[in-house]
Design a protein around this ligand. Structure first.
Ligand code: CS2
Length: 498
């Protein structure tokens, strides 16, 4: 079998190797703009949409992918080179691979090259939805002030140079202004990031920006733009060079950037699309009235679980999440955290069997074929921990509940921020706040609680004597006995309390 470059011209030749789009891509028009065409979007929304395009009548729901940051140039170039096509490789639980060439991304734009084209595209009548995966930090929310962060230099830039924006807020403002000026209908702006109330947050943050940038647009947005909340889920590790060469060898597909992911997929969406939407429910998405409980469950169990495994695992010198969760002591710790600290704050999740959900998480984390990188999980922890873990802590503190496990994880994070694992190997810390975290972690060596003074992350947590006590004792134990022994002590302590 010949090795072939993945592109539209060669597509028909892949039919006997893997699943390919069976619809006529030349007839598909973009009705959705997606900002942030990384691995997750391509394993999730673009996959659902590709499945839907196989049914007639959906030709107007193709995706135009927008690369917003300079950093995204590589994925833009790849998609351009491959006519928007890429291979999705699902790593099944038994180690087999299910490969599908996805065709739903029919246009792609690189914003830094030509912001005007992106603004005009967003203002195009054919576009009914703008979806976002811009990472948790992309929403520009400041935990300390509980407000939009106007101090961000990029936001300042967008306020001063409205026609040459750099942030999503600048783009959306200009595009909505144009829609209004052309007397067009509004659209739905749908966040697909891991944030509690992601639609609400998007709305609140956008309106804060617009109030400064274009105050007369505020009312129009309030009546013409909807912001559906949604819960998104599919574990999507970073594609490795091995994944690329395996695809070449096993299926002879020369794809510069395939996406690899787990078999599990879920999308729960609030049905609030002001100018219509694709029937994603036909391909497995769930439309519900209130998505917030689903979000809360996923963020505080799955995403928080990831952070727990990532931080503890990194300190122990592990590289992947399966290694961490397959360590029995860590797994017992994670189960303890989920049962003792998270479950009580979740309230009533009607129709969901939480025990089954938690068991399935352990199984998903433990999938040895996924090789989800601990480095990916720990990436930008300073924006994740306030969303994934701290809301649980706050709620527990309010109700005098347990916070021992969470305090332990935050203490481990402080030690992690010193930059070395337990074997003395340096950790590759990718975090916009890495400098601050490191400095505070150094100060904390003498007085651990100083780490909690980073207000943009912890808000007023340092005021809680209960938390400070648990944090300090966990910190001292980890330094003295190492992670695993301290984890065992917490696990045993929990058993003794029963
Ligand atoms: C992860 C998520 O970024 C993280 O820390 O927890 O990317 C996670 O893999 C996805 O949300 C799964 O749906």
């Amino acid at each position: 079998m010949e090795k072939l470059k993945l592109n539209a011209q060669n597509l028909s030749q892949f039919t006997d190797r893997v699943a390919v789009p069976k619809y006529d891509r030349s007839k598909v028009k973009a009705g959705i703009i997606h900002v942030g065409i990384g691995g997750f979007h391509r394993a999730h929304q673009a996959f659902y949409t590709d499945q839907l395009l196989h049914t007639k009548g959906n030709e107007n729901w193709g995706i135009c992918g927008v690369a917003l940051l300079d950093f995204d140039k590589k994925i833009y170039d790849t998609l351009k080179e491959q006519d928007g096509l890429y291979t999705l490789v699902v790593k099944e639980l038994d180690g087999s691979l299910t490969k599908t060439i996805i065709g739903s991304i029919v246009e792609y734009l690189f914003a830094p090259e030509n912001p005007k084209v992106v603004i005009e595209k967003m203002a195009d009548e054919a576009i009914k939805i703008i979806t976002l995966t811009i990472t948790e930090g992309g929403y520009n929310y400041n935990e300390a002030t509980k407000q939009f962060d106007f101090k961000n230099p990029l936001i300042q830039h967008d306020l001063e140079n409205p026609s040459q924006p750099k942030t999503i807020f600048g783009y959306l403002t200009q595009a909505l202004k144009l829609r209004k000026a052309h007397n067009l209908k509004g659209l739905a702006i749908q966040s697909c990031d891991n944030i509690q109330g992601n639609g609400h947050v998007t709305k609140e943050m956008l309106l804060s920006f617009v109030e400064k940038a274009e105050p007369t647009l505020v009312d129009w947005i309030k009546s013409n733009v909807s912001f559906p909340n949604s819960m998104v889920d599919r574990i999507t590790p970073v594609t490795s060079l091995l994944d690329i060469s395996n695809l070449k060898e096993t299926s002879r597909i020369d794809d510069a950037w395939p996406v690899v992911c787990e078999p599990f997929i879920q999308w729960v969406i609030e049905d609030d699309f002001i100018t219509g939407r694709p029937a994603w429910e036909k391909v497995g998405a769930q439309f519900v009235k209130d998505v917030l409980p689903y979000e809360k469950m996923k963020l505080s169990l799955l995403n928080a679980g990831h952070s727990v495994l990532g931080i503890l695992g990194a300190l122990m010198g592990y590289d992947t999440i399966d290694e961490a969760v397959n360590n029995q002591n860590i797994r017992i710790f994670l189960n303890g955290y989920m049962d003792t600290e998270v479950t009580p704050v979740l309230g009533d999740l009607q129709g969901i069997n939480l025990s089954t959900y938690k068991e399935s998480l352990i199984q998903r984390f433990g999938n040895i074929y996924i090789k989800d990188q601990i480095e990916r999980i720990c990436f930008e922890s300073s924006t994740k921990i306030p969303i994934f873990i701290l809301p649980t802590v706050k709620k527990q503190l309010k109700e005098n509940g347990s916070i021992e496990y969470a305090a332990f994880v935050i203490a481990a994070w402080s030690i992690y921020s010193l930059g070395l694992d337990e074997n003395g190997k340096s950790l590759n810390i990718n975090d916009a706040m890495a400098g601050v975290l490191h400095n505070k972690a150094m100060e904390a060596k003498d007085k651990p609680a100083l780490f909690l003074e980073i207000e943009t992350i912890f808000g007023g947590l340092k005021e809680s004597a209960v938390f400070v006590k648990a944090f300090t004792s966990a910190y001292q134990n980890i330094l003295k006995y190492g992670i695993e022994k301290s984890v065992i002590a917490i696990n045993n302590n929990a058993v003794n309390k029963i």
